[in-house]
Design a protein around this ligand. Structure first.
Ligand SMILES: Nc1nc2c(ncn2[C@@H]2O[C@H](COP(=O)(O)OP(=O)(O)OP(=O)(O)O)[C@@H](O)[C@H]2O)c(=O)[nH]1
Ligand SMILES: [Mg+2]
Length: 341
């Protein structure tokens, strides 16, 4: 499986590098002048997962094997970036490679204007990506006016082409499922899962709204606290478990928008956290552990029961685990799985 890539995007000075450092423990350059980031910073990161850590403690697992994702801190965009202004176009190309975008906006900046500029530049960039497909499909639909597929493709591509020309991002939710493959083919930035982060100057450290896919956080403060241990956090009035839970909620939103789920395995050596597409069955899950595993069946326990009973033996005794045919069972988020060959 290829690694999930998450891109931090926003205008200069939005706090992208600050948040990047806070989440990854790296030391990318942070500066109060625009374009302090000139080349994309990339780092791998364990997926924050408070329940995973709680379960590990409960069963005294010493070795926690996390799944990792990649975080990209991309240079700031300004008005005209799509025409190459600032550090523009090259970085729009980097954004194109990401699977999920985290848009950062400072609450003490002009939020509406910042958002307008960002969306407009993304739209213009997408417009340039659509140029060739638009011309090709227009040509084909004229040469073969009776070919339904060409005519249909031309219709949808034309709509996207015209809207992006105006600096607007077409609403992807309004695209019919049948038409999605046509659009997905071009890797448009505006069609990527997109999560809004408001970087606040004071107040809440981190708060997640699952309904609106919006996160409020204080990047500067998160960075200051990022190398505090649990005891040190306590002295400044922060409960480390609550903080970990909030970070978990934050990443849960990211994983959800990209249709991912987590499952856990418990082995002799420790416990594992795995990331997979939400529709995957337990057979697919087993292949993630090892491509030769190809489980026949799977033993399943819910997170709550695993946490309560602590081991497969106790779960079995209490009748709290069930065996399914691996190819027929679609694991739920945070299920504990034991594969049987
Ligand atoms: N007042 C205030 N300053 C912040 C906040 N977040 C970051 N900063 C400061 O803003 C400046 C820019 O932060 P960076 O993280 O370098 O911003 P960036 O988005 O990476 O900027 P570019 O790389 O230039 O695009 C630094 O001086 C930060 O300390 C915030 O929420 N409030
Ligand atoms: Mg930066």
């Amino acid at each position: 499986m290829t690694m999930l890539k998450i891109g931090l995007i926003g205008l200069p000075n939005a706090g992208k590098s600050t948040l990047f450092n806070a989440l990854t423990g790296q030391s990318a350059l942070i500066a109060n002048y625009p374009f302090s980031t000139v080349a994309t910073n990339k780092a791998m990161l364990n997926i924050p997962d408070e329940p995973f850590e709680r379960l590990a403690k409960k069963i005294s697992a010493e070795d926690l094997k996390y799944s990792q994702i990649e975080l990209w801190d991309i240079a700031g965009l300004i008005e005209g970036a799509s025409e190459g202004k600032g550090l523009g176009n090259e970085f729009l190309g980097q954004i194109k490679e990401c699977n999920v975008l985290l848009q950062i906006i400072r609450d003490d900046h002009d939020v509406e204007n910042d958002e307008r500029i960002l969306k407009q530049e993304v739209a213009y960039f997408d417009h340039s990506l659509l140029q060739k497909p638009f011309e090709k499909n227009r040509h084909l639909s004229r040469v073969y006016p009776n070919d339904k597929q060409y005519v249909l493709n031309n219709k949808i591509i034309t709509r996207f082409y015209e809207e992006t020309a105006k600096g607007l991002i077409p609403d992807i939710d309004k695209v019919e499922d049948n038409d999605m493959p046509v659009i997905e083919e071009f890797g448009l930035i505006g069609a990527k899962p997109w999560i809004k982060i408001i970087n606040v100057s004071s107040g809440r450290l981190i708060e997640t709204n699952k309904e609106t896919n919006t996160i409020h956080l204080n990047a500067k403060e998160l960075l200051e606290l990022s190398d505090f241990n649990d005891e040190e956090l306590k002295t400044v009035g922060i409960d480390s478990t609550i903080l970990r839970t909030k970070l978990t909620d934050f990443f849960e939103i990211i994983l959800n928008t990209y249709d991912q789920k987590i499952f856990y395995t418990i082995g002799h050596l420790g416990i594992g956290q795995w990331l997979i597409h939400k529709d995957s069955n337990a057979l697919d899950c087993s292949l993630l552990l090892h491509e030769e595993l190809e489980a026949n069946s799977v033993r399943v326990a819910s997170f709550e029961d695993a946490f309560k009973y602590g081991s497969w033996e106790s779960l079995k005794k209490a009748g709290k685990s069930k065996v399914y045919r691996a190819s027929k069972y679609i694991p739920k988020n945070r299920d504990i799985l034991e594969f049987i060959k």
